[in-house]
Design a protein around this ligand. Structure first.
Ligand code: C2E
Ligand code: MG
Ligand code: MG
Ligand code: MG
Length: 276
């Protein structure tokens, strides 16, 4: 993105044409407006057990743009990270997701775990821990049902400080997931340094898993590694019954993908749960 900053391509209002392969003009001001007007909201994608019963949900940001309709993260996440406003989107999504799922869990015998995505840039901010505490406090959500998915699009520079924050939150009951495991700079390093309770294997390995020996071997090895470390594996991007069967054979714990459900608005999630 930075190449745009220094090129004549940048428009007077700071917006960048054709960014991220879309025709839409994205600018810090437009995202900030969207945040102020609460246009960002969570969709929910189920995470299921071997028997397809629901284990939890992942909150995924959607921008309900007044002119452009529903925009998904590829339209804005990278941009928001580059301009250091991703934490504001994270916060809005986390708060709204906690508010919704806390109500849902009231009537459930088995409460749902709620996963939220946290940008490495957001984690680095000094108010990260107090934001989580305040959100739990104000929404009535439960620490033990909250899972933070650390997305690794940026290298975490201050490992010591981040690790301390995560340890503190873990003590309170929060679970730490490593998202997109296998494609970022230092996944194994994070595994060593952070109090990780689950690995989410990146879905780029899923596509060919039933055909490609290497992809299958990668799953098998990571699942084995996780077992030895006593942590869970969540496999994401499952689209076909063949993939699901193979992953069960490989002894994966938890599953997520279009085969079970796409990310859906909260109202549809309620329907999904009733149908179960
Ligand atoms: P992620 O956290 O790895 O989320 C999984 C992505 O894969 C989601 O894309 C989901 O819709 C998609 N997906 C799930 N199952 C399947 C499947 O079976 N097939 C295919 N083809 N795709 C599947 P989405 O919603 O576009 O989100 C993209 C990424 O944006 C997320 O990847 C996450 O890194 C980021 N993101 C989303 N919401 C937030 C947020 O609130 N804050 C931050 N910082 N990042 C977010
Ligand atoms: Mg995620
Ligand atoms: Mg992922
Ligand atoms: Mg991702």
């Amino acid at each position: 993105i930075s190449q745009y900053l220094f090129s004549t391509e940048v428009l007077n209002d700071g917006s960048v044409p054709n960014i991220l392969g879309t025709n839409s003009e994205m600018s810090v001001a437009s995202i900030r407006n969207g945040i102020n007007d609460q246009e960002f909201e969570p969709y929910f994608q189920p995470i299921v057990n071997k028997d397809r019963s629901i284990y939890g949900v992942e909150a995924l940001a959607r921008w309900n743009h007044p002119m452009k309709g529903i925009l998904s993260p590829p339209h804005f996440v990278e941009f928001a990270e580059e301009y250091d406003i991703i934490d504001e989107i994270d916060k809005l999504i986390i708060r709204k997701a906690c508010e919704k799922v806390v109500k849902l869990n009231e009537g459930r015998e088995k409460p749902l775990y709620l996963s939220v995505n946290v940008s490495a840039k957001h984690l680095a901010l000094h108010d990260f821990v107090s934001f989580i505490e305040q959100t739990i406090d104000e929404t009535g959500f439960v620490y033990h049902h909250l899972c933070l998915e650390i997305t690794e699009t940026h290298l975490i520079s201050d490992m010591e400080s981040v690790s301390n924050k995560l340890l503190y939150l873990k003590e309170l009951g929060v679970r730490i997931y490593l998202d997109d495991f296998g494609i970022a700079y230092s996944s194994l390093h994070y595994l060593k340094k952070f109090p990780v309770s689950s690995i989410k294997i990146d879905r780029s390995f899923m596509e060919d898993i039933t055909q490609n020996f290497i992809d299958k071997e990668i799953y098998e090895t990571i699942i084995h590694l996780a077992k030895n470390l006593n942590i869970q594996v969540i496999t994401e991007g499952i689209e076909t019954p063949d993939q699901f069967e193979l992953l069960i054979e490989l002894d994966a714990n938890l599953f997520q993908g279009y085969l079970f459900s796409k990310p859906i608005p909260f109202e549809e999630l309620e329907g999904y749960l009733l149908a179960q």
